[in-house]
Structures are given as C-alpha cells and as structure tokens.
Design a protein around this ligand. Structure first.
Ligand code: PMP
Length: 305
C-alpha cells in the first residue's frame, strides 16, 4: 500500500510508521473492532468526502451494537476525519476510521476495556481493478454462508465479520474467480465479501433487503436513489441463485468496489457478458456526482476545505 504522512490516533497526529499498537491489543485477538471505509474524491472545488455523515452514523451504530463506548462525539470524529485528509494533503483517498479495544486486558470481557480510535487516510485507487469497472468481474457463489443476525450482526461493520468475508474471498480467488457471492442461511443471495449486489431484469433493479443479512451499504443506498431519480423501479426482495444466472445485468456496489459489473456467475454468462446499459448509465451518473461534475442534489459531497 502507498503510505501517507500522518495517522490520527486518539486525538494526536502520529507519523505513519509510528502508528502502532501493542501485540496484546484486545481487538487483534477477538475481532472486536468496528470500522468504516470512506472515499474522498478529487473535484473541481477540491477534495470532497462522499456521504461522510452517513458513514459516521453507521460507525456509531456499529459501536452501539457491540456496546462499545466511542470516547468521542460524532462531531469530533467528523472533524478528525477532515483534519486527517487535510494534513496528509490528499486530493483523493480512502479513509479508514477504526474503534478498537486497546491494550490493558487480555480476557474476552470488553466492558471494562479502554476504547481507542484511529483514523488513517491514504491513496487507494482500485479494489476489484479499475479496468473491471468496464470489463466486469467473474464470480463464484461461495460455499460459505453469509453470517446472519443470530450468529453475528451483519449490519455492524465489525472486524470479526470479515473472517467470514475472508474465507469466501480466498475460496473464490483460489478457484480462479475475481470475487465471491454469498448466499444467506435461507439460500438467497446476500452480498459480496465487501460489496452489495444488484440485478437488473426487464429494465428494473432488484437488490436483497436488509433482512437478507447484508451490511446496508452507503453506495447501495446511493444507487437506489440515483436509479429512482432516473426513473427506474428498484425493489428490495429475496433473490434466488438462479435469478442471478438469468439476469440481464448484475453489479456490485461498495465504497471500495464503487460500481463494478458482474459478467459471469458460476460459469454462466450474465446478459451478453459485458457491462449492461443500465449499469453503465448508473455508473456514469455516480462518478459524475462524486467527482463534482454532475449536480449533487442529494448533498452527498462534503468538501474538505
Ligand atoms: N457489504 C459488506 C460486507 C461490506 O464490507 C461493504 C463495504 N463497506 C458493503 C457491503 C458496501 O457498503 P458501502 O457501500 O457502505 O461501502
């Protein structure tokens, strides 16, 4: 990864190479951290963070689910994120706030543990590959089932959840695919290891509902709003595996993945095997908004300066 200059750690700006934690940090052992992934885009009016307040809200909701008292207000985290982007002089970056139980106790019980917060901002271009935003990705339905609310809460962006994601991701890549797709415990499509999923059938968009066991993605929400603004019908409902095979188009959404077309699932070609026309139109609108070239009537851009 490309380094930046400073990382915000509990109120202090620390040099990148000195931003370290003790090996007995609670969250390292028990997956008990909660975090966010946020993007800042270069616009003609300077760097703009995409839906910053919505990410901060989700950060605090994840903490609430885990009884983790973040020792800062939402406003303080908001200011700290902007300060971190600014001090690193970044025009375009990925922002990673993380709240974790730090060093002090090694026992599982976290209720007495100290909560630490760090915020990193660094250059980050692509996740599933820049060229795949046009070309699309080949996916495999995972043999791993997505976590479900009675096992681990999918709506919390908690580090422990990503052990499930990691297993699916490794399986798919070892089998020669670009990405995995999870089904939920009821056998319906849930999401990717780090992305939400949409299918397009007969000019309409369909995406799994929160009850399918997904992280309620901020790009997912943005795409639903953009699609409705463009006059497309969007439905949240169960999607069986075979409906993905016979979809006209399919795509992933996520902060890291942005909008990435899915062109193959379990060796079945989706549509004509190329980025679909509706996916292309939504992608164009999304990038127009985040890059400050299109009207931001939802007020999603939060300018750093
Ligand atoms: N699902 C999972 C499991 C994720 O990790 C992510 C990435 N945060 C998403 C969905 C997409 O969420 P967002 O659009 O807020 O990045």
């Amino acid at each position: 990864m490309e380094k930046a200059k400073k990382i915000w750690m509990d109120g202090k700006l620390v040099d990148w190479d000195d931003a370290k934690v003790h090996v007995l940090t609670h969250s390292l052992h028990y997956g008990s951290a909660i975090f966010e992934g946020i993007r800042c885009y270069k616009t003609p009016n300077g760097p703009a963070i995409f839906r910053l307040n919505d990410h901060i809200k989700r950060f605090f909701n994840s903490a609430k689910i885990y009884f983790m008292p973040i020792p800062y207000t939402q406003q303080e985290i908001y200011n700290a994120i902007k300060q971190t982007v600014k001090v690193n002089g970044l025009q375009e970056c990925y922002i990673r706030p993380i709240s974790y139980y730090g060093y002090g106790e090694v026992k599982l019980d976290s209720l007495q543990s100290k909560v630490d917060v760090a915020i990193a901002a660094f250059p980050f271009v692509s996740f599933l590959g820049k060229k795949n935003q046009e070309k699309g990705v080949r996916c495999k339905i995972s043999s791993w089932i997505r976590i479900t609310s009675i096992i681990l809460p999918p709506q919390a962006k908690a580090s422990g959840n990503y052990a499930n994601s990691l297993l699916a991701d490794i399986e798919a890549r070892k089998a020669g695919y670009d990405e995995a797709i999870f089904e939920n415990i009821n056998g319906y499509i849930a999401e990717g290891p780090g992305e939400n999923i949409f299918v397009v059938r007969d000019g309409k968009l369909i995406t799994p509902a929160p009850s399918a066991g997904i992280l309620c993605g901020i790009v997912r929400d943005s795409v639903m709003k953009i699609a409705r603004d463009m006059g497309y019908e969007v439905t949240e409902r169960d999607i069986p595996r075979e409906e993905l095979f016979i979809a006209d188009e399919a795509f992933f959404t996520g902060t890291a993945a942005e909008i990435t077309p899915i062109v193959e699932v379990d060796n079945r070609t989706i549509g004509n095997g190329k980025r679909g026309p509706i996916t292309g139109k939504i992608q164009k609108k999304f990038f127009g908004i985040v890059r400050g070239e299109d009207s931001d009537h939802h007020n999603w851009l939060d300018f750093v300066r």
